[in-house]
Design a protein around this ligand. Sequence first.
Ligand code: SAM
Ligand code: DTB
Ligand code: SF4
Length: 318
Amino acid sequence: MTSEIRHDWAIEEVEQLLSLPFNDLLYRAQTVHRDHFDPNQVQVSTLLSIKTGACPEDCGYCSQSARNDTQLERERLLPLDEVLASAAAAREKGATRFCMGAAWRNPTDTNLQTVAEMVKAVKDMGMETCVTLGMLTANQAQKLKDAGLDYYNHNLDTSPEFYGEVITTRTYEGRLQTLDHVRKAGLNVCSGGILGMGESRRDRASMLCQLSNLPSHPESVPINLLVQVEGTPLFGVEELDPLEFVRTVAVARIMMPRSHVRLSAGRTEMSDELQALCFLAGANSLFYGERLLTTDNPETDRDKQLFERLGLSMEQHV
Ligand code: SAM
Ligand code: DTB
Ligand code: SF4
């Protein structure tokens, strides 16, 4: 069977999938994709950074770490009216989900309360809501659920083996714990990682094993291509072969057949043809809107043209 839901993947088995002849791999991924989704539909989310910069963590890829000299202007937590204006603009353009991100290690209870109010208000506009605020306690996850939150994003980022090369101020185990709290609170889980940080194919296989061997697959799996930001330790790292990126998307699709696999950061560096291959490999979600959190994303007009050229339609409001 092509689309069995499994939680017992071994790294070697996944490495073998990643090494298949490209055409065989894409055929398998597309077959699984069609078992579960309309192959011509993409889900679109829009991001907003609600609190920018001055983060105490040392994530080697991130423009927002206080330890990285990235010339980023720090901003306080945005007021509710600004958040709602952004959400309304995103909705107008066709996004069905609004994702708010904060440069925190973890939210304080006061901050959490403020974000919970944002979630309620965005939800009342008829949009799905997602937030990414760092580590959460079980109690905080429950509070967000009570406020009407739909998704919590918390990425594993990479394999447990490579993780220490990228981040030292918090642990992989802590990330898994946050995902557990989020899941137990009844929230949808959004979790994925970043490719192109200098990791090996085995690391990519290992990260996908971690994601798919969770007790339930994340509903949403963002696959980011590293956006190389000047002033971060990972600036200048050797670039990933774009076809290896496509392969990883395809294997994520095969391993997590019912999840939305999101073609996430890094699209400004990708040709239309490369993005088309990612959709063929089973990506069926993306970030829509000119900005990610602190870096650029393709213009919406350009994305609209791409959707038209590929005959893709955006999932409609629920
Ligand atoms: N501070 C919170 C945290 O780290 O959990 C939430 C925001 S953080 C910016 C969300 C995710 O964005 C990170 O886990 C990482 O996967 C992704 N990200 C950040 N900078 C990136 C970059 N330069 N390229 C690709 N992905 C990036
Ligand atoms: C995810 O996996 N990617 C998004 C979202 N989740 C929060 C963030 C990408 C950030 C890219 C770098 C930036 O714009 O700062
Ligand atoms: Fe801070 Fe999140 Fe950036 Fe890490 S990824 S430095 S925790 S904002």
